[in-house]
Structure formats: C-alpha cells, structure tokens
Design a protein around this ligand. Structure first.
Ligand SMILES: [Zn+2]
Length: 138
C-alpha cells in the first residue's frame, strides 16, 4: 500500500504561496518607491527614511536621479552597480555622489548633490529629468 507523497500533495500550494509572497513583496517595494518619489518631488525631502537599494531594484527602479549643486545638471546613477549592500537605504548614497565635471574643473572631488527621485530609466530625450520647481534656474 502506498500513500501519496508530500511532494505530490503540497508542492502546488507551496509554490503558489511563494509566488504570492514574491508578488506582495514587489508590490510593497513599488509602493514604497512611489511614496518616496512623491515626497522627494513634492516636498523635496526629507530623504530618510528611504527604500533600500535592493527594494528599489526589485520594484523596477534601477536608477537614482541626482542633481549636482555645482552645475545644476541632473544625472542618474545605476543602482545595480553601486558597491554597497542591497540593504543600504537609498538616501545614504547622497554623501558618496560626486560630479565628474565639477571635480575636473575644481581639481578636487566635488560632492555636493541633491537626491531627486528614483527612476525606472536613465535620463534621455524621451525621459527628461524630473519636474523642477518654479523659480529654479535652468
Ligand atoms: Zn556638477
């Protein structure tokens, strides 16, 4: 006499629950990124608390838009190549941002920058930098 294996009995429900959990995590990460973006674009901060790098990547936000306070250009940083643990909150990256152009002109690492928002893509002609505030130059 044989019985049905546990694999046969439960594997479908185990798989379904795991998929539900992954979908819920992705949803939560996306909402956290949207909430942070709304706060940064609407109120310009405060940046902390912010989603973790891994959460942003999971939600499909692969880039962080940063504005250099020296030359006021908006640039994007790819979050998947940042050499920090994936649990690092996004706002902690602010102090490591340096502008290549400003550093070349000044001959020292120019680090003053402002976090703008998380983005799913780089800045291109089709996906321009995020809205600027009225009265802001350029
Ligand atoms: Zn600059």
């Amino acid at each position: 006499m044989t019985t049905k294996s546990r694999e046969y009995l439960f594997s479908a429900s185990v798989k379904a629950k795991a998929e539900q959990a992954a979908a819920a995590r992705k949803d939560a990460d996306r909402l956290a990124c949207e909430a942070w973006n709304a706060r940064m674009l609407g109120f310009r901060g405060p940046a902390p608390p912010s989603p973790a790098i891994g959460d942003a990547l999971n939600a499909g936000y692969a880039y962080l838009e940063v504005k250099c306070l020296g030359c006021s250009t908006h640039q994007t940083v790819a979050l998947d190549i940042v050499r920090r643990p994936k649990t690092t909150p996004v706002h902690e990256l602010e102090r490591y941002m340096r502008c290549k152009d400003c550093s070349a002109v000044r001959r020292y690492a120019f680090k003053r920058s402002q976090l703008i928002a998380l983005r799913p893509s780089k800045i291109t002609a089709g996906a321009p930098p995020s809205e600027m505030w009225p009265g802001e130059r350029d």
